[in-house]
Design a protein around this ligand. Sequence first.
Ligand code: BJW
Ligand code: ZN
Length: 246
Amino acid sequence: MIPEQLLEIVEKSAHIGVLTGAGISAESGIATFRGPGGLWSKFKPQELANVEAFLANPELVWSWYQHRRDVLADAKPNAGHLALTAWESLVSDFTLITQNVDGLHRLAGSQRLLELHGNIQVNRCQRCGLESDLRELRFSGDVPVCACGGWLRPGVVWFGESLPEREMQQAFEAAERADLFLTIGTSAQVYPAAALPELARDAGAVVVEINTEETSFSPLAHFSLRGKAGILLPALVERIAFKKRP
Ligand code: BJW
Ligand code: ZN
């Protein structure tokens, strides 16, 4: 299932960069964005994931995020998340870059983690920018309000908004110094995150895609593995763990 040549590269690689997307959390019961049954098969992105939509209809946007928080409350990291945590413990330079806002990588124990699109559990004031982790805050019809009077919103990055500068800088650096870069469970359509695998490739990394479907990035990957992250990642990491055993 995994080419021997790739396993040999994996064993030798000391600088690892990983980009994950919604697909890695699919096996934890979290809907992806663009696939069949994805979050946006029911809602159009432009209706929900931008600030204009929020200002025009905050109740609709909040009810979508509250629904996702409710689903997340019962979700657990899966074998794919856990395999990445194990991999991190086996190499000294390992950077996990995620577009996901679900917090499941952190829950799985990943340390060197860059959350490019924020975290759905955080609330941020649309007016003063103050952030708070108010998990007990539950949207039930009235838009929650900050002490300054501004509307609270989920602490995520919407279309047209800037990604966190420090995290983005670190993500670019990790892609540039990687000798092995994996892109896992992402349709590679949303920028600037989608530029990272190509940047890594141009800087000399071997780039591996893990996805159940072909994506626009598949032809550019050195290895494109077709299958579930929760199956392929443990198989990959088990082999490294075995080789590194004294
Ligand atoms: C499995 C699996 C299993 C399933 N195992 N695999 C350059 C070029 C063109 C456009 C732009 C550009 N630069 C910027 C833009 C504009 C825009 C953009 O990219 N638009 C494109 C859509 C064209 N980008 C932005 O606006 C970004 N900001 C920015 O660039 O700021 C600077 C700026 C400001 C102002 C003007 C101009 C520039 C911000 C982007 C923010 C994206 N936010 C979202 C919502 C976050 C909050 C929330 O969660 O609600 O982030 S959009 C949504 O897409 C979410 C995701 O993180 C992101 C990526 O989706 P992902 O993870 O790839 O999911 P899917 O569903 O698409 O794919 C899942 C994959 O998994 C599939 O391939 C499956 O096959 C696979 N799969 N099961 C393995 N078990
Ligand atoms: Zn405020």
